[in-house]
Design a protein around this ligand. Structure first.
Ligand SMILES: [Zn+2]
Ligand SMILES: [Zn+2]
Length: 127
């Protein structure tokens, strides 16, 4: 079942978000295969049909199936889930935002450029 906050997120974007978190559940911190990880939308529903990537990032949590079940069954307080989101590393947040279509800086290279090669070249030329 797709939760309101996760509507409009393609499978490809979903994978990028999970990869940004290194395929780890944000609640129990256990490594979980990408195909098993799930997205949980924290607030009941976004106010607008197509929420801004930044707002979306603040309301989506990547969890493993047992944790996702727990979140809905207990339920785990929203406050606790929000704390997990605020603890995301800056780089992780940027990656999630980019997966959601947000462009942090206008001069950032497009997604299809392999950044690892760029870094490699820089290292080589500076040595
Ligand atoms: Zn978990
Ligand atoms: Zn959920």
């Amino acid at each position: 079942m797709t939760e309101p906050w996760c509507k409009g997120i393609s499978l490809q974007k979903e994978k990028k978000i999970k990869r940004a978190l290194e395929s780890t559940c944000e609640l129990c911190r256990e490594y979980t295969p990408l195909s098993l990880l799930e997205l949980h939308g924290i607030l009941p529903e976004p106010k607008v049909k197509n929420p801004h990537p930044k707002e979306r990032e603040q309301n989506i949590l990547v969890v493993c199936p047992p944790c996702h079940h727990l979140i809905h069954e207990e339920p785990v307080p929203v406050k606790k889930l929000k704390v997990l989101i605020t603890r995301r590393l800056f780089t992780v947040r940027q990656e999630i935002l980019r997966a959601l279509g947000y462009v942090p800086k206008p001069y950032l290279p497009p997604d299809d450029i392999d950044l690892s090669h760029v870094v490699d070249d820089n290292l080589r030329s500076s040595s």
